[in-house]
Design a protein around this ligand. Sequence first.
Ligand code: SF4
Ligand code: SF4
Length: 208
Amino acid sequence: MKHIKDNVLKRTLSELRRMDAAIQKFLSLETLPEPIACKPGCHYCCFNLPMVTPPEAMLIGHYLDRAFTRRQKQTLHQRSREINEKIADKQADEIFMMRHELPCLFLKESMCLIYTVRPAVCRACSSTRAAHCQLIFETKNHRARLPSYFQLREILETVHQRFIEFCRETGCQSDILKLTDAVEDYFRHPNPISAWCHGEIVFRFSYH
Ligand code: SF4
Ligand code: SF4
């Protein structure tokens, strides 16, 4: 079982690194009209509820198990519960419009606590104008789109598809999950990675 678990984690990380390389390759094209404005500390896009596939959730959970203290994990578990309670009776549209009230549970002092294992969706999220991201955030105009490149969205969709196919091939849960649900369910389960590898439904289905 340890072998399967290691293989899942290794494969997930390697897929995410491959994604980073594909993004970097695209962003270094000389024909790119504008560079990407994203910089460490810029975090308007982290007021969000990222979605993840189960392999990404396992990688994040495993990282938390290794790199975080029991106290830190309790705090994160509590934060994920609070966010989930805040949006529990809300429709998808309402949640979308309250993004400015929903900092990601891993956002701390403008930085990502899980940067090395952050979800694919966060790796693809980018903008050519940080001021526009700030404006969207400050005016709460969450329907506005970030000025970016559709090719990054395509890279993300390919990676998500690979993860889902991998889950299906191995008979493991393959639903796309809300990160807060995934973290809460991971912490709640006594042995989430092994259970998932055995085909158990570890994560609730994310309705939003
Ligand atoms: S997407 Fe926008 S808010 Fe996020 S890091 Fe890039 S410029 Fe900053
Ligand atoms: S996981 Fe990290 S990068 Fe993604 S939204 Fe949360 S804080 Fe931002």
